[in-house]
Design a protein around this ligand. Structure first.
Ligand SMILES: CC(C)(COP(=O)(O)OP(=O)(O)OC[C@H]1O[C@@H](n2cnc3c(N)ncnc32)[C@H](O)[C@@H]1OP(=O)(O)O)[C@@H](O)C(=O)NCCC(=O)NCCS
Length: 428
């Protein structure tokens, strides 16, 4: 079936262009009996492999039957499978891949689950080649169940399923790039923070300087939507020569300092630069909470796991970008909050934007007005009060170097680093 007809039948004409490349060639390879991965026995085996419970497996099997019985849906499923798991796998912008809602109504969120299941052999091949331990694979693929029953498609519709964004997210696991180790997940990636970190050659202290040309507000945060161009804002500079590194420090508590520092190049070496390879930290939604000790244990496991199974992919630091790293939380939440304790163990830095994520993560997708938001937890109460007083939230970033890993020691909160940020660099 050609793309135009398929798109018309599925009611996705507006978005069909994303499937244009190689459509006809791929359709010529579609087996006469339809995509084999949609057959009931295969679906049952796949659901077992990715640990879906019986009721979810039944729902997935029913969706597979509907797709198998519909030529246009089968053509699309085959195309997605071949593009993602074929000989020349692509890395598309998943958010532009439409959900076939018109054809599948409430089962639309299961369409890309079927595509994921079709990629199990390709994922298993990667795991086999890397000799990834079975317990890590189990924990990693179990993310599918969690996503089906907690993420945005479920929250919006009340039905098991995944949105295109979550499909893209799960593809990281399916490509063998993301692993679940205890409470946290880890994924290889490039460093995209707008800073460079340097390490003192003798004292080993770490200090981050803002990249050249970053716009900050007076409080050292980056602009957030609606607050751009604050009158008291300032822009960082960073000059690196053979003899000196001159720029504006980032305080490890998560804000830039409007005081230019000059570090002797003979004493400071680069530790983290833009595009350096890092390990992203992701925190899957609870329950359970992000228990402080469990997070430390996950990081410890990652330090052993990645050099052993990915010796060809060294990384410079752990990095996380999230609403949970807003540095204001330290003043707003109880000191025993897991989130606050996590923040104190890492080097926080400002990120641009992100306030709306906090609202839906803490109060739910449906909350439009903070006055009517639920206030069951101490976080909901504290954050709602903050917003009512005119406060805003933003995302934050953090890094942690393997060499500095000493969970509980709050290594970046030392007086020496603070003094360096304050311009008293001789103390480091
Ligand atoms: C990240 C997460 C596990 C942290 O939960 P936690 O370990 O309980 O965090 P804290 O110990 O700091 O919680 C302090 C308080 O805030 C509450 N709280 C934490 N996260 C909350 C949330 N998302 N919404 C509402 N309340 C929350 C806790 O229940 C606790 O309340 P209490 O004092 O009344 O008992 C949790 O927020 C979550 O599941 N978020 C969704 C996933 C996510 O956002 N991950 C980060 C993206 S990378």
């Amino acid at each position: 079936m050609n793309l135009q007809t398929t798109a018309r039948k599925l009611g996705i004409e507006d978005a069909a262009d994303v499937f244009r490349e190689d459509w006809d060639a791929i359709q010529q390879t579609l087996p006469a009996g339809g995509p084999p991965f949609l057959q009931p026995e295969q679906i049952a085996r796949d659901c077992e492999t990715v640990l879906l419970p019986a009721d979810m497996a039944q729902a997935v099997a029913a969706a597979a039957q509907r797709v198998a019985a519909n030529d246009a849906l089968s053509a699309l499923a085959w195309y997605c499978h071949c593009r993602l798991f074929g000989e020349r796998p692509v890395r598309p912008e998943f958010k532009s891949w439409p959900l076939p809602t018109h054809a599948l109504d409430r089962d639309a969120g299961l369409f890309y689950v079927l595509v994921l299941l079709s990629g199990i052999p390709s994922m298993q091949r990667i795991h086999r080649e890397r000799e990834i331990p079975a317990d890590v694979i189990r924990d990693t693929v179990a993310d599918l169940k969690r996503c089906l029953e907690t993420e945005d498609y479920f929250l919006r519709t009340g039905h098991w399923g995944i949105s295109q964004n979550i499909f893209g997210w799960l593809m990281h696991s399916w490509r063998g790039d993301l692993y679940h180790l205890g409470r946290l997940q880890f994924k290889h990636g490039p460093f995209t923070g707008r800073l460079r970190a340097f390490r003192h050659r003798r004292a080993r202290a770490v200090l981050a300087l803002a990249e050249d040309g970053v716009a900050f507000r007076a409080d050292g945060q980056m602009d957030v939507a609606g607050q751009e161009g604050a009158p008291d804002g300032w822009t960082s500079t960073l000059e690196i020569s053979d003899t000196a590194i001159a720029g504006f420090p980032i305080d490890p508590r998560g804000f830039a300092v409007h005081r230019r520092l000059r570090l002797p190049a003979s004493e400071w070496e680069p530790a983290l630069l833009p595009n350096d390879r890092i390990l992203e930290i992701h925190i899957p939604a609870g329950p359970p909470p992000m228990d402080y000790d469990a997070c430390g244990e996950s990081l410890r496991r990652a330090l052993a796991f990645f050099p052993k199974y990915f010796p060809d992919r060294p990384f410079k630091a752990f990095v996380c970008s999230s609403w949970i790293l807003d540095p204001q939380f330290e003043a707003l939440l109880k000191p025993e909050s897991n989130l606050v304790r996590f923040q104190k163990e890492v080097y926080l830095y400002p990120l641009r934007g992100g306030g709306t994520t906090m609202i839906w993560q803490v109060f739910g997708l449906r909350v439009k007005d903070i006055r009517s938001a639920p206030r069951k937890t101490s976080m909901q109460r504290a954050l709602a009060e903050h917003v009512e007083k005119g406060g805003r939230f933003r995302s934050g970033g953090c890094f942690l170097f393997p060499a500095d890993f000493n969970w509980g020691a709050q290594v970046y909160r030392t007086d020496a680093v603070r003094q360096a940020c304050a311009g008293e660099g001789g103390a480091v």
